[in-house]
Design a protein around this ligand. Structure first.
Ligand code: ADP
Ligand code: MG
Length: 623
């Protein structure tokens, strides 16, 4: 495992690269970054002042797309051309969604097979992956517009209950949008990270995440132990959310407009346009009631009204349903409310005061709700991205994997389980299956490297899983897990879940690898534009070296009295060597000298940083 090169003045890694965090939501999506100066996660805000992009795509007659708020406005006028909730279809076959296809106003293709769902718009067909990629493209464009740099790397969140196919579909959508998806993380994990839960390596906590969004409710119970999150239980309702609150208000106004003049409501026979106007006004009313006791408005020239008490009465059954899910999740996790150390509120609908109150009561404790609940998942994704980029200050003494680790899959392809730059210890797993009927053995070959074909990567180990009972191809479920412990030992295990047949091995990924090898493997992965890469490598090495020079000089000046004369003299000598290397424009030499400088300064830098960190952490939040 390679140490992260630390900037001894700021504790940050010497590299500049934006990795964004993305919440690809059912209702709304957004993108966030961690600010490099303050280390704070922020949601990116367009000039329209908004951070949320409605997860809606509209297709015009020519196949052109509009995404977000302008598409939302076309929802009523052209329902069959305006696709919402594509996330519900990710990684699903028609069979999976057939019983709720009536929920969608657009056309879902039914070819009667197990094939993946497609959506028909005019004479064109779109997969949910493509639909999601349009949303991701829009987010990428926004980020590039706001940040004025190209954005190619992202961490994307998914619900904790997403299976492998759904996660893979999300990854593919990212790739289609031109994003290298460094990691897919669970939404509740992201929300916890946004609150700084689990950032400190030693944290050991049990966290309940209550996520009430636009159309879905998810309760997740997580544990965090030495930086590794584990989902103990999830429970929820895929058709319960803020939209239902809006519908309840609409129905209330259909029965009774709520005005004092005893006027009757709008009735049940209303046209599409009026229905939509009622819905829009209802959502507005709901939001208004977060901070007010009564809402008064107008729909189709008529007055409408609803009080907070009325609203709370309407939604009480919805709240009760969410609390039942909480009970179930706790039961599944074998925990009592008393064993929950923190409760995190997520999703726009948790802004409703009655919801918040009910959750506090249920868990008998205060909840984390200081961050915007509809942004918190993206903020946490940004924190994860920051950790991957090695910029998180808390990371400064931690190790990362310098190269990606994965296994060979069909066609000699590298399937990465643990991406490079992952903080260790770390754990990852994925399910595979057999290709032949009656196949009784499976060879799992572990590789390290960044190339797409395993033949170009470094083979680390081979594991044979034998004794799989005879089954038709595709039926066995072989779970492969990679676990890298704090010492950098990789443990690979494979288990056939139906029969319990298992096998495991341990490898030391860095064994026999020099830094140069690692560097070469990284370089090789970027086969295209080799010259560019060399130039870039020199530039990066130079920038890193210059920053290192500058900060070391400042550091010495500032801490002269804590350092010994020997330390100062040794450092001065290395500083001069590095200046010479920079002048020679020799990348390897520059890197060598940077590392040498790092080597002499690391012991005392850590000494001083440790003291400073202890100070900073006393009674302070990390992010
Ligand atoms: P998702 O995770 O499904 O994409 P969000 O977390 O963005 O959804 O939540 C969207 C929901 O939050 C919508 O139903 C919206 O009306 C609701 N919402 C947003 N702000 C408020 C508010 N102030 N009061 C009540 N509900 C709100
Ligand atoms: Mg959400």
């Amino acid at each position: 495992m390679g140490k992260v090169a630390i900037n001894i003045a700021t504790g940050s890694l010497l590299q500049e690269e934006v990795i964004v965090g993305i919440d690809l939501g059912t209702t709304n999506s957004l993108i966030a970054i961690v600010k490099s100066d303050t280390h704070e996660p922020i949601a990116l805000r367009e000039i329209d002042g908004l951070t949320l992009v409605p997860s809606i795509v509209h297709f015009d007659q020519m196949g052109g797309t509009t995404v977000g708020t302008p598409a939302k406005e076309l929802l009523v006028k052209e329902p069959e051309r305006t696709i919402y909730s594509a996330k519900r279809l990710m990684g699903k076959s028609y069979k999976d969604v057939s019983h709720d296809s009536g929920m969608f106003a657009y056309n879902i293709i039914d070819d009667g097979t197990d094939a993946l769902v497609k959506v028909q718009v005019g004479d064109k067909f779109y997969s949910p992956i493509e639909l999601s990629s349009y949303i991701l493209k829009e987010l990428k464009k926004r980020a590039e517009h706001i940040l004025k740099v190209s954005v190619t790397k992202a961490v994307i969140t998914v619900p904790a209950y997403f299976n492998d196919a759904q996660r893979q579909a999300t990854r593919d959508a990212g790739r289609l949008a031109g994003l290298d998806v460094l990691r897919i993380i669970n939404e509740p994990t992201a929300a916890s990270l946004a609150y700084g839960l689990g950032i400190k390596g030693s944290d050991e906590k049990t966290i309940a995440v209550y996520d009430l969004g636009g159309g879905t409710f998810d309760m997740s119970i997580l544990t965090i132990n030495h930086g590794i999150f584990e989902v103990l239980a999830t429970h929820g309702d895929t058709y319960l959310g803020g939209d239902d609150m809006d519908n309840l208000i609409v129905r209330y106004w259909q029965e009774d407009a709520g005005t004092s003049d005893d006027a009757p409501g709008f009735g049940t026979h209303i046209d599409k346009a009026l229905a939509q106007e009622l819905r829009v006004t209802a959502e507005h009313a709901k939001k208004h009631l977060t901070n007010n006791d009564v809402f008064e408005g107008e729909v189709a020239g008529r007055k409408v009204r609803i009080t907070k008490d009325d609203f709370n009465g309407l939604i009480q059954p919805l709240i009760d349903r969410t609390l039942h899910s909480c009970t179930s999740a706790l039961k599944d996790a074998n925990l009592g409310v008393g064993q929950i150390d923190a409760v995190v509120m997520v999703g726009g609908s948790t802004r409703v005061p009655a919801v918040k109150e009910a959750v506090k009561q249920f868990f008998g404790r205060d909840v984390h709700d200081a961050l915007n609940p509809d942004e918190v998942v993206a903020l946490g994704a940004a924190v994860q991205a920051d950790i991957l980029a090695g910029k998180n200050t808390e990371m400064l003494l931690l190790d990362v994997t310098p190269l990606s680790l994965g296994i060979e899959t069909m066609g000699g392809l590298m399937d990465v389980l643990i991406p490079r730059n992952s903080k260790i210890p770390t754990k990852a797993g994925r399910q595979y299956t057999t290709q032949k009927d009656g196949q009784s053995g499976m060879r799992i070959t572990v590789y390290q490297g960044e190339r797409d074909m395993v033949q170009d990567n470094r083979k680390l180990a081979e594991l044979n899983l034998n004794g799989i009972p005879a089954m038709p191809a595709g039926l066995p479920k072989v779970e492969v897990t990679f676990l890298i412990d704090a010492d950098g030992i990789l443990k690979v295990s494979a288990t056939e879940l139906r029969s319990g047949v298992a096998q495991s091995i341990e490898v030391k990924p860095q064994y026999g690898l020099t830094d140069e090898d690692v560097e070469n493997m990284l370089m090789d992965s970027l086969t295209h534009a080799k010259d560019d890469i060399q130039m870039r490598a020199l530039m990066e090495a130079t920038t890193e070296a210059q920053q290192m020079l500058e900060t070391t000089e400042k550091f010495i000046a500032k801490n002269r009295d804590i350092l010994s004369d020997d330390e100062v003299a040794a450092t001065q000598a290395k500083l001069q060597d590095l200046r010479n290397a920079i002048a020679e424009k020799d990348k390897n030499k520059i890197q060598h000298e940077t590392e040498a400088l790092n080597e002499v300064s690391r012991p005392y830098a850590e000494r001083v940083m440790d003291a400073a960190l202890k100070d900073a952490m006393r009674g302070k939040k990390i992010i």
